[in-house]
Design a protein around this ligand. Sequence first.
Ligand SMILES: Nc1ncnc2c1ncn2[C@@H]1O[C@H](COP(=O)(O)OP(=O)(O)OP(=O)(O)O)[C@@H](O)[C@H]1O
Ligand SMILES: [Mg+2]
Length: 534
Amino acid sequence: MKATSKPKPLTKEEKELVKAKKQQRSARVRLNIAQRKIAKIARSTEDNDIAEKAAESLPETYAVQEKPSQTVLFEPNPGPQTNFLAAPEREVLYGGAAGGGKTYSLIVDPLRYCNNSNMNALILRRTNDELREIIHKSQEIYPQAYPGAKWMEKKSQWTFPSGARIWMTYLEQEKDVLRYQGQAFTYIGFDELTQYPTPYAWDYLRSRLRTADPSLPVYMRGTTNPGGPGHGWVKKMFIDPAPANKAFWATDITTGETLRYPKHHSKADQPLFKRRFIPAKLADNPFLYNQGDYEAMLLSLPETQRRQLLEGSWDVAEGAAFSEFDRKYHVTDVFTIPDNWRKFRACDYGYSSYSAVLWFAVDPATEQLVVYREMYVSKYTAKDLAFAILDAERSDGQISYGVLDSSCWHKRGDTGPSLAEQMISVGCRWRPADRSKGSRVAGKNELHRRLQVDEISENAGLVIFNNCVNLIAQLPVLPLDKSNSEDVDTKAEDHLYDALRYGIMTRPRSKSIFDYDPAAMPRKWTPADRVFGY
Ligand SMILES: Nc1ncnc2c1ncn2[C@@H]1O[C@H](COP(=O)(O)OP(=O)(O)OP(=O)(O)O)[C@@H](O)[C@H]1O
Ligand SMILES: [Mg+2]
């Protein structure tokens, strides 16, 4: 057996070479780890300072020794403004006190993606005059952030050297959203969202939110003060479903149910997307708060405005038509309506907006009116609505009568008969509601009378079952018409109010023994002669 030769001991130089190679290997491993860290941070954060953060986490030998000097154009205020700009949810509302820095954030938000040619943003205000304020502010920031960024007045659009675009425009009439048909946006921002009386524009524009570029997130942002014609729906969409600052799955604001992927979709029944409400306070914006004058000015406002604009409160509605509405007196737990109470229903029909139906019962002891059911549905044809109504009242007993928006006798469906006739033909009977001149104002006054609370009995003339969630949410925040304080703002969501008005204007009375009129009773045909049968 051949003996193995003993290895030659290493020279001093060779030992040093081995040591150096070992160090090189471990340095490569550390560099590799550092690079993976950079990639991980870049994936997990939307922060633009990724390189800087990663550099801090590098081993000293690889860290960048000198940071290039830079001018900071914008730094979010700590708290809500930072949270708003970092929010990952699809739809976020930044709402509350005046001067919190909301509009400013809305303008700055899309800037971070303006180095991408596929970026196409839309920023909206209700009127052109209001839009000027936004354009003016953007002119201070945009060209500094991206030298070469150009404002094109004619198109009302910013274009950036990369090809990215930010369109700043106004949307006065909700039907004008059709202007955006066929367009695709990666970012949509609404300033003063409560200026929009209904969610129509917000919902429509959600369908314009898309991109084929996976590196670009798509999202919608709204900023606003509380109050205004859209206070009610904005509150329902963003404030009522979850505590402030907490993300939640988007809900249908009429039913309160989570929006889900439709059946037959690969993600069938999974929730669609998340929303979040971030409250704003003046104190969050040191640029205004530290001066103190602005706060003093807000403190001097009448209570409702002060609570909305200084405290950012959503529980008080400025210019609410029925500010006397109080859950304590006007909302009641559900109870079984006794059989001898007179029942009737009222309806305001709409196909593309909403159809509102309310069912009433009259308490014979007090003549108090009880709204015991609501139906608030969209995209129902007249016949579908009639069937849904008949189905809902199947076990209600006798419904004495129904009143329906009188215009339904003029509007025709595609098959010929009027909408009212179509409903009546399937057994859902109606008579026309009073829509004569002055009936709107009279109806409003009558509702005020009904809402009055009797000092002794503490009973109001009208109570609503607590399962009528839409009516309870809408009625207290229904705004007055700015140009005619005798009426409500007809641009606000008022379908349920109209149905309520039609109902109470029938001057309902309970059934009493004096109502018994044998002559009016339906007579059954009986043969005069039982033998011959005629
Ligand atoms: N992060 C910031 N850096 C510098 N200035 C800021 C910042 N945030 C807000 N500001 C300043 O505060 C001013 C008021 O902010 P902004 O107009 O956005 O408030 P707002 O919440 O929209 O107020 P309003 O409720 O009245 O519409 C801005 O014009 C801007 O000058
Ligand atoms: Mg603003």
